[in-house]
Design a protein around this ligand. Sequence first.
Ligand SMILES: Nc1ncnc2c1ncn2[C@@H]1O[C@H](COP(=O)(O)OP(=O)(O)OP(=O)(O)O)[C@@H](O)[C@H]1O
Ligand SMILES: [Mg+2]
Ligand SMILES: [Zn+2]
Length: 592
Amino acid sequence: MYQVIARKYRPQTFQQVVNQEHVKQTLINAITQKRIGHGYIFSGPRGTGKTTLARILAKSLNCEKGPTPEPCLECSSCQEITTGSSLDLTEIDAASNRRIDDIRELRENVRYRPVRDRYKVFIIDEAHQITSDAFNALLKTLEEPPEWVVFILCTTEPQQFPATIVSRCQTFPFRTVEVEQVVKHLHWLCQEEKITAENDALVAIALAGDGSIRDSLSTLDQAIASFGNQLKTQPVRDLLGAIPSEILDAITNALTESKPEKMLEVVDQLHREGRHLQNFCGQLVTYFRNLLVMKISGNDTRLVPSGDGDREKLSSHLDHFNQEDLTRYLAISLDLYRDLQHALHPRFRLEVGLLKLVHVGHLTSIEKILTQWNNPPTGMPADATEPPSSVAEHENSSADTSKENATTEHLPSVSIENRHDPNPESTALPTESLETPTDNLHATTDFTLNELQDSLVKIFKDEGDNFTADGLERAEFDYSSNGHLEIRPLRDDIATLQINLKAIEVKARAIGRRNMNVALGAVTDATEMTTTSSANLGAGTATDRSSNQSPSENIQPETEIEKRALSDPEVATFRNTLDGQVRDVRNLRSYS
Ligand SMILES: Nc1ncnc2c1ncn2[C@@H]1O[C@H](COP(=O)(O)OP(=O)(O)OP(=O)(O)O)[C@@H](O)[C@H]1O
Ligand SMILES: [Mg+2]
Ligand SMILES: [Zn+2]
C-alpha cells in the first residue's frame, strides 16, 4: 500500500534527524550517562521532528541492546516501536484525550511495571490541549513517578503549559529547519525515490514548507503526484501558486518608470488568471522584503533564502531601488496584505495599493529636505545665501540710522506656516515682494494655483467628466519652482485622477501656458486639509496682526526688520523647500 513520503521516511535514528542538534546531543548524552529524566517537554513548530525524536528516545531506552543512543532497530522492542505495537510505549493524542478521566486512567497505567522492556514511555502529543484539572491530576505523577516511567510531552504551544508542569520537566525547544537543510533532505529523498528534480524546484518546495519538514514533504508528494518523476522549476512554482517572474518584472518596471497604468494591467492579469489576490500580495511582501535585505546585507546574504534563478532575478532588480524606496514599498505592501483580508472589493483595494506604490516613488524624503535645508539651492538671492548669523551683523552694518538702530540688536523671529490652504479664496502662492525665486506660477503668468484648479475643474465639468472634476476640486494643488505641479488627491479619488493624469497635464499646461509636469502626490484626507502645521522659529504667541489675518496669507513686509527677516537665507530655504507661509514677524527681544 502507498505510504506518504513523510511517514515512509520518518527518521529511525538520531543521525537521520535533520537539524535539532542541541536536542539530539543532550539526549544522546543523557542516554550514555544513564541520566534519564522522567518528564520531557518537546516544544516547537509543527513538523520539525518532535514525535519522531520522542520515538527514537523510546527505542534507545528499550532496545534489547540498550539503553543506547544507537538502537539496533532489529530487536522486537525496536521493531514494535516502529510499527506502533509496543505495549510499553503509549502514544496519547491529547487533542482527543484531554479530560481528567483520561489522565486518571493514565495514572493507573503508570503504576504497573513495563510488560517486557526497561521503561514505560508515554508520548503525549498536542499536550497543551490537556485541561487544567487534568494537568493538576498529572502533577503528582510527574513529581514522583515510579522509576520505570518516562513522559514526553510534545507541543507546538508550550506557553499554554502551567508553570507547575514546566518546572517538573526538562524542556527541549525544537527549531524550524533552514531552507538549505530542507533542500538537502529533499535531494536525498528524491534520490531514494528515483526522481530527477531541479534544484530550484526543490527550493520552491522547501520555501513553501516555511521551516516545517513535514509540510515540505507533503508538498513534494503533491508535486510528484502532478508531474511524476521529473520535477522542473517552473511547473512546480506554478503548482505552488508562485507569482510568475514576468509579473514581478512588470511591477518593477511600473515602479521604476512611474507608470501606474502598468500596475492596473498587472491587477487585470491576476484577476483574469483567477489568482488569490491576498496570496499574491503576501508574495509581493516577500519580494520587497528580500530586495531590502539584499540591499542592506549584500546579494549573497543567507537571510534571503532563494534558488539561484530567483537570486539572480532579485539582484538584477536591486539597482533600480534605494533603501528608502524599498522600506516604503514594504510598509505599504504589508498594509495592503492586511487590508486585503477583509476587503469587500479586493481587486479595487489591490489597485489602490499598487498605485500608491507608484506614487510614493515621487515623495521627497525628509533627509533630502534636510540636506536642502543645510545647502540652500543655488539661484537664491545673493544675500539670502549668507549664513543666518549674518542677519544681526547685516543690521549692525546697515547705514540706516536712529530709529532702525533701536531695533538692530534685536534678532527678528519669524513664524512660518506650511501651506495647507483651508481658505479656498486665498491665493497660496508666495509673492515676488517676498524675494522668493521668481520661477513660480504667479510670477510668469497671471494665474494663481486656485485659478488653475478652478479652470481645470470647470473644463472637466464641461466635458461631462464629473468624477475627475470633483476629484480635482477636492484635491490640494501644489506648485514647485521647477515646473512640477503636484496634485494631492483624497484617497477615494486617486484612481480617477490617476487614469486622467495625462489629460489633466495637457490641460494644465494649456491654462498655465507653460511646460509643467503633473503628478499625484501623497494622499490627503479631509481632516488633514484643515489642519495647519506651523514651524515656529521664534517664541511667544501670535500678535494681533497675525490673528486678524487670513491664516494662509503671506504678510506684506512693512518694516525694515520684517524685510530682513524674510530675506534671511534659512527662512527662504524653508519656504522654498516646504512651501512655507510667513504669517508674522516678531522681535524676540521685545518679548523678554
Ligand atoms: N528534523 C527532521 N528530520 C527529518 N525528517 C523530519 C524532521 N522533522 C520532521 N520530519 C518529517 O516529518 C514527519 C513528521 O515529523 P514529526 O511527527 O516528528 O513532526 P512533529 O514535530 O511531531 O510535528 P507536529 O507538531 O505537527 O506533531 C516525519 O515523519 C519526517 O518524515
Ligand atoms: Mg507530533
Ligand atoms: Zn533494538
